[in-house]
Write a protein that binds this ligand. Structure first.
Ligand SMILES: [Zn+2]
Ligand SMILES: [Zn+2]
Length: 383
């Protein structure tokens, strides 16, 4: 009404936004240069296949050099979060679902790898579908181990650890950051929370450990999130007058999310990711809706999920709509605040089909009083 313009600003726009710009639905304005024309940091990719150490020889050497020069370093640990998954030691690839192209989540107690979109399951650890390798293992060390290894490498360096354990107290976050700023620390070790926003002009080296960990999220956006995260972390190096360098350690250094982040090749990443989304049928080439079924009784939730899915399948046939129905499957966070959670994912080639199916479901559904169903259109968080 006011003919106002909206400016969306990001160093790492979403794949969907870039696609909308390519189609002319948004106007793309670029700022291709860094502040004061500073060069992007030099990035070295280190393949960790077959290497059991947390710190590679290349990263260790760079850390020692940076410390001797009296400069600061950041070591970023990409953490897998709550979900665990299995990675093949031979080819470096995580186990993924053949139906949904998302990573399978490893359930130690059930000895299964499970897809949280469609309920596909295989015995774990099992064999690698890409190369038939039989050495499948859980990935990753924690920040404490990393801190320990850094102290062993450089005993006189002052190492700060920043993760949810060390920043839970009031003001502790700021205290840690101010010690980096006033030069009373040499190395900052941390998780996702050090990726964004901090500007440390004396930091000339950034190390990334477990670059592929976020590829293991049971979400079709795992590659996008990994690319965004790595680009942000890489951008921490060389923000002052001294040029920066970055060492990225990964099991699978060929993965396009890791490779294109290391090469500052956003265009290349968007091209590959859009190709993947088109082939696998995910947004922006399809529309999603997620049914979340939850309740205190595991049995009731399971029954309700089954009847919901049966009704959706029947309505789909009656309406002759082009919608794919995946699941029911347990949600990645299966139990939250005492409620059991299952989900059904709908993938539609167009919005109209999806809406027709959901509205006729709303008219006919009978939901148990102890169970809650919420329908999320264009879900962003599928945990
Ligand atoms: Zn393999
Ligand atoms: Zn699946």
């Amino acid at each position: 009404m006011e003919r106002a313009a909206v400016v969306l600003g990001s160093a790492t726009p979403s794949v969907t936004t870039i696609h909308a710009a390519a189609q002319g639905r948004l106007t793309l304005l670029e700022l291709p240069e860094r502040v004061e024309g500073r060069p992007m940091p030099r990035v070295e990719l280190v393949a960790m296949k077959g290497n059991k150490e947390t710190l590679s020889a290349a990263l260790s050497a760079c850390l020692a050099e940076t410390y001797e020069q009296g400069r600061q370093a950041i070591v970023f640990l990409n953490r897998r979060g709550f979900a665990t998954f299995l990675v093949c030691a031979d080819c470096g690839k995580p186990l993924t679902c053949p139906n949904c192209s998302v990573t399978l989540t490893y359930h130690r107690q059930r000895r299964q790898s499970l897809c949280h979109y469609c309920d596909y399951a295989v015995p774990a650890p099992g064999t690698c579908p890409s190369c038939n390798g039989t050495t499948l293992s859980e990935l990753g060390a924690g920040t404490e181990k990393l801190e320990h290894d850094l102290k062993e490498l450089l005993p006189s360096a002052r190492v700060l650890r920043m993760d949810s354990d060390t920043t839970s107290g009031k003001g502790s976050h700021e205290r840690l950051l101010s010690r980096m700023n006033d030069g009373s620390a040499d190395i900052l070790v941390g998780t996702q929370m050090i990726a964004k926003g901090h500007d440390f002009p004396e930091v000339t080296l950034v190390g990334v450990v477990n670059a592929e960990a976020s590829l293991g999220m049971p979400d079709f956006r795992a590659a996008e999130r990994t690319f965004q995260l790595l680009s942000q972390v890489i951008g921490r190096a060389g923000r002052g007058e001294k040029p920066g360098r970055v060492v990225v350690q990964a099991l699978d250094t060929d993965h396009y999310a890791i490779k294109s982040a290391a090469e500052h090749d956003a265009a290349g990443f968007y091209r590959e990711e859009l190709e993947f989304r088109r082939e696998a049928g995910y947004p922006p080439f399809a529309f999603l809706a997620a049914f979340a079924i939850s309740g205190m009784s595991e049995q009731a939730v399971s029954e309700q999920a089954d009847t919901t899915s049966r009704l959706l399948v029947r309505l789909k046939a009656e309406l002759k709509v082009r919608v794919e129905i995946l699941g029911p499957a347990p949600s990645p966070i299966y139990r939250l605040r005492n409620r059991f959670r299952r989900q059904i994912l709908l993938k539609g080639a167009n919005r109209n089909d999806l809406h027709r199916l959901i509205s006729s479901w709303r008219q006919q559904a009978s939901v148990m009083s102890t169970v809650r169903i919420s329908v999320d259109i264009d879900p962003v968080d599928m945990m």
